[in-house]
Structures are given as structure tokens and as C-alpha cells.
Design a protein around this ligand. Sequence first.
Ligand SMILES: NC(=O)c1ccc[n+]([C@@H]2O[C@H](COP(=O)([O-])OP(=O)(O)OC[C@H]3O[C@@H](n4cnc5c(N)ncnc54)[C@H](OP(=O)(O)O)[C@@H]3O)[C@@H](O)[C@H]2O)c1
Length: 327
Amino acid sequence: MCQVALGELLNGKRSGIYRDRLPGFNDPPGNTCLRGDSGFGHALSKYLDELGFTVFVGVLNEKGPGAEELRRTCSKRVSVLQMDITNPQQIKDAHSKVVEKVQNRGLWAVVNNAGIIGLPADGELIPMTNYKQCMAVNFFGAVEVTKAFLPLLRKSKGRLVNISSMAGGVPMEKLAAYSSSKAALTMFSAVMRQELSKWGVKVSVIQPGGFKTSIAGTSEMWDKLEQDILDNLTPEVLEDYGQDYILEQRDYLKFISRCNNIDMSPVLLDIRHAVSAKSPFAFYSPGAMAYPMLCFVSFSPTGIFDYFSKKLHHFRGSMPKALTKQA
Ligand SMILES: NC(=O)c1ccc[n+]([C@@H]2O[C@H](COP(=O)([O-])OP(=O)(O)OC[C@H]3O[C@@H](n4cnc5c(N)ncnc54)[C@H](OP(=O)(O)O)[C@@H]3O)[C@@H](O)[C@H]2O)c1
């Protein structure tokens, strides 16, 4: 995967986008701290390692298989650190370890990658715990890590790269909890971009479309989330939607997973550009539909967007029980 990504870039397929590469684009500009023990974060750690960066990877579970694999397969330049981003003490500890390791060489970039999606369902059905969890990881976690590491980035005049989502800019049914937290992260990044320019720190936000990673979760996770939904509904809402409709929600996750891209290289290339290019972009939208959808929602009248978005949304689930009775 990493070599493919590098090859694609050097072959110039994306040269129109990456014309402003640093003269020494292939040289590691410094240390990078990112997070993730699977998916984009995992692949990016390996990719940046191959490019010669010193990488600190914060992981949710330092003893998990993803973390073990990074230790086993990466060079000595990669350090794996325990960092649950919802745990302020773990962020402090990871920060201290990074400071100790980089000493006066400085930290060049922070990539806020960790994220969760939960079980997509109608916003009325999603339990409050799920909304709060999405905000805790996708927004507050990223903000807290950013605040902890910014003094280092200000010193290096480095880069902050936040992995948001196309869903943070494009309303998509059943993603109220996830999308709201990503919209908050996108706006946070945009404000930070303006504020940090006086310090020479450049901020980019990545808004990927759909890629096949572990984010969709496992059927055990879906069982638990489904139970959470059922346990938290009032009798009235349960009656209106009906249990069958609720149990069908997981099909939506299977449906969007099937449409996702298996090649993560557009995401890795964009993050690499955000970290290394002399003039990184403020926004990147890797993935086939991400950029068109973001433009569509910004420039078309709402009614037209909603109409076509429903058409594009091929998922044909049943209707809530109360609406079926009416029909
Ligand atoms: N895949 C997509 O289609 C897509 C599209 C748009 C945006 N994104 C965003 O891209 C980022 C990476 O997602 P992915 O697709 O690569 O999914 P993933 O494979 O599930 O990766 C998410 C990573 O975040 C970690 N994580 C979750 N909660 C955490 C916490 N409290 N503290 C520290 N780490 C935590 C997970 O650790 P564990 O593995 O231990 O759970 C996992 O390594 C996310 O922010 C996601 O929202 C993904």
C-alpha cells in the first residue's frame, strides 16, 4: 500500500494537485505524532516510517494487535504510545514521552486521526451516550490533543492535520451523531487555521469519503449498540418505529461498507501533502465522491440537494411502523 501511494505521487498522476511540493519533498522534515492502531492511522504510520519520518503513534490499546504489529514491522523511528484521547492523563503522559524523545529536535506535525462512528440510525433513535461518545472521541479528544501539542508545533512552525470526514460537511441520513462531531472538528480546524497562521503553523483538514477500514465495527459491536438503542427508547418511540425497523439499521452500515473504497492511498497521499508540502491546502477531500458531494451541498439549493441525495442513497430499508400503517 505505501509503495503504491509513493509510486502514484512520483509518477506525477497527481502533479496538478501537488505542484507546490517542497524542494526536498522526499526528505523527512521532522518528527510526526499521529494516532491510530488500525485503518488510516495504522497505514499512515507505516507509510511515514518508510518515508523516513520519526513517528509517534498514540494508540487506544498499546497491547492490542495493531500496536504489536507496528512494533514488529516498523523501524526504530516509530514509537507506539498508549493514548486514549478521552483520557486527559494519558494525553499528558504521551506528551511527556514525546517531549523527552524529541528534546530540542522539535515536533513537526500532529495528525488527529482517531475516530468512531457508532451504529448509524435515525437521529431520534441514537442514544445520548452515543452522541456524547462521538463528541468525546471525534471532537473533544482531538481538541485536547491539539492543545497539549500546540506549544511544540508553534516552536517548529509545523503542521496540524485533522482527519474529519466528508460527512462533516454533507448531511447524510443516519449519521447525526458522527457527522455532528465531524462538523465540529472541521470548524475547529478552520478557526485554528486562522488563529495559528500568526505563529507560522499551517492547519489542514482531511474530509475523506468512504474507505474500507475497521471503522464500521464488528457484529458484536453492532449487537451492543443495537441493544443500547432498544434499552434507551421510550415506549412511544419504540411503538412508532417498531422493533423490526430498529433491527434493520445495521443493514445500512453493511450497505455503506460495501460501497467503500479499499485503496487508502488517496488519503495517505493527501495527509503526506498536508504534512510535507510547502503550501499545504486547508481542505483535502480524498475519495471518489467526497469533493463533488461537498461542492454539491455548498452550491446547490437545499431542495435540489435533498432530492438528489435521496436518489444517490440507494439504501432501501423499510419505513418506521407508524408510517407503514398510515400508507
Ligand atoms: N473509513 C472511512 O470511510 C472514513 C471516512 C471519513 C473519515 N474517516 C475518519 O478517519 C479516521 C480514521 O478512521 P478509520 O476509517 O481508519 O477507522 P478505524 O480503522 O476504526 O481507525 C480509527 C482509530 O481510532 C482509534 N480510536 C478510537 N477511539 C479512540 C480513543 N478514544 N483514543 C485513541 N484512539 C482511538 C481506533 O483504535 P482501535 O482500533 O483500538 O479501536 C482506531 O485505531 C477517523 O477519524 C474517521 O472518522 C474515516
